[in-house]
Design a protein around this ligand. Sequence first.
Ligand SMILES: [Zn+2]
Ligand SMILES: [Zn+2]
Length: 112
Amino acid sequence: MVEFCPDCSNLLRRQFINGSRILVCRCGFQKDLSLNVEDIKKDARLKEEALDKNLIIVSQEDKISVNPQVKKYCPKCTSKEAEAWQEQTRSADEPSTSFFRCVECKHTWREY
Ligand SMILES: [Zn+2]
Ligand SMILES: [Zn+2]
C-alpha cells in the first residue's frame, strides 16, 4: 500500500524504529502504523457516509476473488457475467442491497 504525506504530498517511506512500523516523509511528517485503530474507525465511518450519499466504494482486492459469479446482463456492455455480493446498508432492519460488478468492463451497480 502506498501512502502520501498529508502535508507535502511526497511519497511516505516505511521504516522500522524500535520495533514499530512507521511511515516517514522528507518534511519530517511521521505516521505510526502500529497505532492505526483510529484510521480503521475513520475508514468505517467514511464508508458509511459514502453509502449514505449513494456512492459505492468497492475495494478491488478483497472483493475480486471471494464473490461468486452470476449470470447478469451488464447495463454498460454486452457481458452476461458479473460478480455478486450483498451489503447491509444503514440499519439492520433495512433489506440488504445486492451489488453486481461486470467481469468485462468492471462496471458496478446495485439492485434492491
Ligand atoms: Zn511531507
Ligand atoms: Zn460490462
